[in-house]
Ligand binder design. Structure first.
Ligand code: 5RP
Length: 231
C-alpha cells in the first residue's frame, strides 16, 4: 500500500465507528479529507449524519459532497470526531496543526464523546517532535509571545528553532481564527504533558498542537494492513 492507499484504508476503517444518526466532527488535512469523501458517499447512500467541520477547507469539501452540516453553536455536543495527525506516540499523545486547523480541531474534538485518529504508519513515532510542533498565537505582542514560547519550552527541556509560519510569498500564515502559528522544532519532546502545560501559562498562546488525553483510539494503516491502537 502506498501512503495515499494507507490514508484511505485508515479512513475506511473509521466508518466502523460511525452509526446512523450520529453527530460527527470532521477533521482537516489529507487523511481527514479521505474520510470526508467516504462520509459523503455514505450520506448519498442514505446514512443520516449531522457534521461539524474543523476548518473552512473541510467545510467547503463537506458542503460540496452534500453532507448535512451544523455548528457547535447549534449542536454543542458531538458523538465522535475523526481526524488525522502529524505525529502520534504509543500513549496517543498527538502533534496536530500541520494544516493550520489545530484550534478548531481541538475545540471540536473536545466537544465530542470520542476522538478517533486516522493515520498512515509514517505518523506513528516513538518520540514526538520530528514534525515541528505548531503553536497558535495571538497576533498582538507576537514577539513577546515568541520569546516566552522559547523560554517556557526550555524550562521543560525543549530547545530548537521556532519559526513564524509563512505563506509561499513570505507573508505570515493566518489561521481560520485570525491567528499566527509558530512551528517549533523541539525534537525529541521527552515530556509532551509538561510542554503542553507550559504553553498554557503564556497569555499570547491560543493553543498548542499537542493533543494530550483526547484521542483514545488510533487507526493506523501500514504496508501490512490496518491496526487499531487504544489507550
Ligand atoms: C491539520 C491537521 C492534520 O490532521 C494533520 O496536519 C495531518 O494532515 P495529513 O493527513 O494531510 O497528513 O492537524 O491541522
Amino acid at each position: 500500500m502506498n501512503i495515499d492507499a494507507q490514508k484511505h484504508a485508515a479512513a475506511l476503517k473509521a466508518m466502523d465507528y460511525v452509526r446512523d444518526g450520529m453527530k460527527l466532527g470532521l477533521g482537516t488535512g489529507s487523511t481527514a479529507a479521505a474520510f470526508v469523501d467516504i462520509v459523503g458517499a455514505a450520506v448519498k447512500d442514505g446514512l443520516n449524519l449531522l457534521c461539524v467541520p474543523t476548518s473552512e477547507a473541510t467545510h467547503a469539501q463537506a458542503k460540496a459532497l452534500g453532507i448535512p452540516l451544523t455548528t457547535l453553536e447549534e449542536t454543542p455536543h458531538l458523538d465522535l470526531t475523526v481526524d488525522g495527525a502529524d505525529e502520534l506516540d504509543d500513549n496517543l499523545c498527538l502533534i496536530k496543526g500541520g494544516g493550520g486547523a489545530l484550534l478548531r480541531e481541538m475545540i471540536v474534538a473536545t466537544a465530542s464523546d470520542q476522538m478517533i485518529v486516522i493515520a498512515d504508519a509514517s505518523k506513528h513515532v516513538e518520540k514526538l517532535g520530528k514534525f515541528p510542533l505548531p503553536v497558535e498565537i495571538d497576533m498582538f505582542g507576537m514577539k513577546s509571545t515568541y520569546d516566552k514560547v522559547i523560554s517556557q519550552a526550555k524550562s521543560v527541556g525543549c530547545t530548537g528553532e521556532v519559526k513564524l509560519r509563512e505563506k509561499s510569498g513570505g507573508t505570515p500564515y493566518i489561521t481560520d481564527g485570525g491567528n499566527y502559528i509558530l512551528d517549533c522544532s523541539f525534537y525529541p519532546i521527552e515530556d509532551p504533558v509538561a510542554l503542553a502545560k507550559s504553553f498554557h501559562t503564556i497569555p499570547g498562546v491560543v493553543e498548542s498542537g499537542l493533543f494530550i488525553n483526547i484521542a483514545k483510539t488510533a487507526i493506523i494503516a501500514g504496508e501490512d494492513g490496518v491496526k487499531v491502537l487504544t489507550v
